[in-house]
Design a protein around this ligand. Structure first.
Ligand code: NAD
Length: 269
């Protein structure tokens, strides 16, 4: 399977190039970068710390989409419209890891997915998606006699809180209980907050050091506590999941899929 990496000189881009190169049955179709990027003209694999592969980092997304079976995109939302257009034109599947699309951006992604297979996920880690599934299932089983608190920790440079993954876990817990997260979300406790409201889902964010990402879903009941924990040690978990998603698109009908579909977890619930 020929896999192309747009934004191949970025932090994720380089890990994706490494993952494709190290995965049996996959071949690097090439890589692009944005205008003016200093990596343009360099070797795609060489720039990712591997032996040169003879493919040059270029600005020509059209040529890359034409040459690839699937494109993996961890870039910027502003690059998405062109990539959606090229995916449809060439019937090239798209794995979309880029985050931060606004409502119009999401509408465009959904429209393109009518014509081509797109896998979009806020978090491509296989372990985190298993955690989503377990959280939904356990929340339904335990009900609101167990207080749910979601605790996350990330490195000191992270600017938003709670993390998108923590919110995703909150949504999974709310779904399992059959409620809307917006109605039960409890964020940012400080001062005299009053007692905990039954049924609420609380969020706490810790920041410090170089922590890649840790998430814990706490179920606190009477005289017992259950905790589901995921700890990420490297961003390599995202590239591994994204390339698995890319391979999964082979033979898939057009549609907007997520990592739960790729892992077969949607039907497991
Ligand atoms: P980064 O800034 O290191 O890399 C992005 C790269 O995209 C840069 O090299 C940039 O030059 C390139 N780029 C920008 N516009 C382009 C264009 N038009 N064509 C080709 N290349 C272009 O950022 P990063 O840390 O690698 O993250 C990239 C994106 O992936 C962000 O949106 C981030 O939130 C997201 N991300 C998602 C997941 C997930 O699991 N879904 C995990 C990690 C990061």
């Amino acid at each position: 399977m020929k896999i192309g990496i747009v934004g191949c000189a970025g932090r994720m881009g380089q890990m994706l190039v490494q993952e494709v190169s190290n995965t049996d049955g996959c071949e690097l179709a090439g890589g692009t970068e944005g205008p003016g990027n200093p990596a343009l003209g360099k070797d795609v694999a060489g720039h990712a710390g591997l032996p040169d592969c003879g493919l040059t980092i270029s600005e020509d997304a059209a040529a890359l989409f034409a040459a690839a079976d699937v494109i993996v995109d961890f870039t910027l939302p502003v690059a998405t419209p062109l990539h959606l257009e090229l995916a449809q034109k060439n019937n090239t599947s798209l794995v979309l890891g880029t985050t931060g699309h606004d409502a119009d951006g999401m509408v465009a992604i959904e429209a393109a997915a009518k014509n081509v297979a797109i896998v979009k996920a806020m978090n491509f880690s296989i372990g985190v998606n298993v955690l989503f599934a377990l959280t939904e299932q356990l929340s339904g089983i335990l009900g609101d006699d167990y207080d749910i608190e979601i605790v996350e920790m990330h490195h000191k440079h992270k600017v938003d809180a709670p993390s998108g993954t923590a919110i995703g876990l909150g949504e999974a817990a709310a779904k399992g209980r059959g409620v809307a997260l917006a109605d039960v979300s409890d964020r940012g406790r400080d001062g005299i907050t009053g007692a905990r409201t039954k049924g609420n889902i609380g969020f706490t964010s810790l920041r410090g050091g170089d922590v890649v990402g840790e998430h814990t879903v706490v179920y606190a009941g009477e005289s017992e506590r259950i905790e589901l924990v995921h700890k990420a040690a490297s961003r390599g978990i995202f590239s591994k999941g994204a390339i698995r998603a890319g391979r999964w698109t082979e033979g898939q009908a057009p549609g907007l899929y997520n990592m739960m579909d790729v892992l077969g977890l949607s039907s497991a619930l």
